[in-house]
Write a protein that binds this ligand. Structure first.
Ligand SMILES: Cc1ncc(COP(=O)(O)O)c(C=O)c1O
Length: 389
């Protein structure tokens, strides 16, 4: 008898993220000898700082090679707690910010519970919510609205089943940063709906080109129902170390710990030592890198806005641009952003992610977390594609 395999219902609607699919297609084309430039993933090209690597090495040599406490080592939790002005019990360390989000959803959602998310959103939000049995409620927040959720749209989206609002500031994919006033206006709506919690994903907070306000600072009255998500992946160029954390009320952090205890038993010991060194070591690199990101941002935005059919707003933070491409799609005969990106990849050797992957079609996301040489080659390929149509 041949074995049969059936996916569980909870993952039936889920597919590999479009970002991963595009990276794989680019790799497959490269394997056939094609020269492909990828500006599709959100991973800093800077190296992890030397002192962080040395701290990890020392930790391993000194025997920090065993299971740690499930919710993270005390020194790392204490450093995070001190920075946020909270107690250690209000902090959980996980295997990347992604696991923090998954833990929170698994720990709180019952079947059919709703999670409001402004679109465009980071692709994983909707899939994590669905996997946890919840229902993503997507609220369009278009370019005209600065890619930010308005209080009116939030009010209209909330129902008695709403459990969470997911915010991301600075945003992946748009780079938009909510101002203090924006956050206060959203908080006023939430004050009328005590059943709704806030997940504020602030993983790009150090990559800001305009002032950044944490949600808990704008809305301290909602601290007792806010989960702040952060990590070392982006700011410290530590994606592979897989360390993120959540800061929130003790009861929520405890419930997330219950999930984590049955999934990973906690994050890697050596990576936690590395993250501690990143957080407590020299912070001047954040400023140096912010300056480098800004130069790249300005260059990319100028180059894209010089092209026909592309309208690229200036992002406030993170390392992405999310231009509107509808005129370029029309001029090149591509009915969808996905077809447009496929054409750029297959005919012009440049990998970018269509806006539909983030819940807002008619755009594309270009990551400028790449070397100047890659950016030069990538931008000139987009220009060549649009000029030779
Ligand atoms: C908005 C956002 N949140 C969370 C993450 C996950 O980060 P980590 O590497 O810590 O899992 C990413 C990674 O791309 C992201 O863009």
């Amino acid at each position: 008898m041949t074995a049969t395999f059936a996916r569980a219902d909870r993952i039936c609607g889920l597919e590999v993220s479009e970002i991963v699919q595009i990276s794989e297609q680019a790799a497959a084309l490269r394997a056939t000898g094609r020269d492909v430039v990828s500006l599709s993933t959100g991973e800093p090209d800077f190296p992890t700082p030397d002192h962080v690597i040395q701290a990890a090495h020392q930790a391993a040599l000194q025997g920090q090679t065993r299971y740690t406490a499930n919710s993270g080592t005390t020194p790392l939790r204490a450093a995070i707690a001190a920075d946020a002005g909270v107690t250690v019990a209000e902090v959980i360390v996980s295997t990347g910010a992604k696991q923090v989000i998954a833990n929170a959803m698994l720990a709180t959602l019952n079947p059919g519970d709703e999670v409001v998310m402004p679109a465009p959103f980071w692709t994983s939000y909707a899939d994590i919510v669905s996997m946890a049995g919840g229902r993503p409620v997507v609220v369009p927040s278009p370019m005209e609205a600065g890619f930010r959720l308005s209080p009116q749209a939030l009010e209209a989206a909330i129902t008695p089943r709403t459990r969470w609002l997911m915010l991301n500031t600075p945003s992946n994919p748009t780079g938009a940063i909510y101002t203090t006033e924006d956050l206060r206006a959203l908080a006023q709506v939430l004050a009328r709906h005590p059943q709704v919690w806030v997940l504020s994903d602030e993983i790009y907070r150090h990559l800001n080109f305009v002032p950044f306000t944490p949600f808990t600072e704008a809305a301290p009255n909602l601290r007792d129902r806010t989960l702040t998500v952060d990590g070392v992946s982006k700011a410290y160029a530590m994606t592979g170390w897989r360390i993120g954390w959540g800061i929130g009320p003790k009861a929520l952090i405890g419930a997330m710990g219950t999930v984590q205890g049955q999934v990973t038993s906690g994050a890697s010991s050596v990576s936690q030592a590395a993250a501690l060194a990143a957080l407590t070591g020299d912070q001047s690199l954040l400023d140096t890198r912010r300056k480098a990101w800004r130069v790249r941002r300005d260059r990319v935005v100028d180059a894209l806005n010089a092209l026909p059919g592309i309208d690229c707003p200036l992002p406030d933070g993170a390392f992405y641009v999310f231009p509107r491409i509808t005129a370029a799609m029309e001029a090149t005969g591509h009915p969808t952003d996905a077809a447009f990106c496929r054409w750029l990849l297959h005919d012009h050797g440049i990998a970018l992610v269509p806006g539909r992957a983030f819940g807002l079609p008619g755009h594309l996301r270009l990551s400028f977390a790449y070397s100047d040489a890659d950016l030069t080659r990538g931008l000139s390929r987009i220009a060549a594609a649009l000029e030779t149509r």
